[in-house]
Write a protein that binds this ligand. Structure first.
Ligand SMILES: C[S@@+](CC[C@H](N)C(=O)[O-])C[C@H]1O[C@@H](n2cnc3c(N)ncnc32)[C@H](O)[C@@H]1O
Length: 216
């Protein structure tokens, strides 16, 4: 149970998304068997849709895991020229590297090894799409860097912003997750109360924020 929407609704919507084949299917099965948290099926579909609308050339992802979403994003539209993706877990970095090679995308998807905040501080070149999917308790710190690294018409997508419903309902909060929930609420305040931004929070997967700068 996701506590984000009704189970029957989630299952219905998931059932409408066509199944992947080949490497992506293999990675979905690997993630399931090994409990690697990758994006939900309907979120993958939403990313593909956003990429087909935005047609980004350069994408930055925070949180690579086994490379599933970076491979999926690269292959979503012919516009995508390059994906940089950040991961700190050595085991994941090795698996992602092997999977990216298997996908024939070595040189197109670059895994940057290290902690997201430390990597973000050093990045200079801009991106058209930034996907935040790591370090739920640190989105506040990542966000100013993401804004600095975003091209004028770029879009930031952040996953897990409703965090199993705990962000929206006190009754769902698990004690040991209080700090993450409080930080995520601050992040949501930051992106929804800034009148220079236009933001939508979608109750999909674990909650997705779609953020864009308002036009002048
Ligand atoms: C939810 S998974 C990413 C899933 C991936 N985007 C996908 O859907 O295929 C989050 C990943 O971020 C990594 N991570 C968490 N906090 C991080 C941080 N502060 N810096 C770098 N990587 C981090 C974890 O090791 C984990 O592999």
């Amino acid at each position: 149970m996701s506590n984000i929407t009704y189970d029957y609704m989630e299952q219905y919507i998931r059932g409408l998304v066509p199944d992947n084949a080949g490497l992506l299917k293999e990675l979905e099965e690997y993630a399931e068997e090994n409990k690697v948290p990758i994006i939900h099926k309907e979120v993958a579909n939403f990313l593909q849709l956003m990429i087909n609308i935005i047609k980004p050339k350069r994408i930055l992802e925070l949180g690579t895991a086994i490379g599933y979403s970076s491979i999926l994003m690269y292959n979503s539209n012919g516009s995508v020229e390059h994906v940089d993706t950040v991961e700190r877990d050595e085991n994941m970095i090795a698996l992602a590297g092997a999977n990216i090679e298997k996908a024939g995308l070595k040189g197109k998807i670059n895994v940057i090894c290290g902690d997201c905040l430390e990597v973000l501080e050093k990045l200079v070149d801009k991106y058209d799409l930034i996907f935040i999917d790591a370090g739920k308790g640190h989105y506040n710190e990542f966000f100013p860097h993401c804004q600095r690294l975003l091209n004028k018409d770029g879009v930031i997508l952040a996953d897990n912003v409703l965090y199993k419903g705990m962000v929206a309902s006190r009754e769902l909060v698990i004690r040991r997750k209080i700090t993450i929930v409080k930080r995520m609420k601050k992040f949501i305040d930051m992106i929804t109360k800034d009148d220079k931004l236009i933001t939508a929070i979608l109750p999909m997967g674990d909650g997705i924020a779609v953020i864009k700068s308002k036009e002048d």
